[in-house]
Design a protein around this ligand. Sequence first.
Ligand SMILES: [Zn+2]
Ligand SMILES: [Zn+2]
Length: 118
Amino acid sequence: MLSEKAIGIKANRPALEMTIEWGDGHQSSYPFSLLRAACPCAQCRGGHENMKTEPDEDIFRFEYSDKPETRVTTVQPTGAYGITIVWEDGHDYGIFNWHYLRALCPCMECRQKARIKI
Ligand SMILES: [Zn+2]
Ligand SMILES: [Zn+2]
């Protein structure tokens, strides 16, 4: 699916925001703190049984904050299916796959679509 193929990723550290350009032309801007709140690793989700293929809706009620935990150090490709984000506090367990990231797009259009699906 084109909508789940990232063709460009930019981590804008001064703006504390990561931008992904998708194969279908859509562009997503993720505040770093949202990405950290949504970290899909077992540790952040509170156990393997809580790991999901799509983020919980209540993640979007997060509060913006700027701390070492919410600052991106590097973004590394993980095979062809996603990225690993390394955070300033050393956390690097979360593999964000394209499907998850697209489902995490905080724009109004995507949030509305997600709500209709539920
Ligand atoms: Zn994590
Ligand atoms: Zn979107």
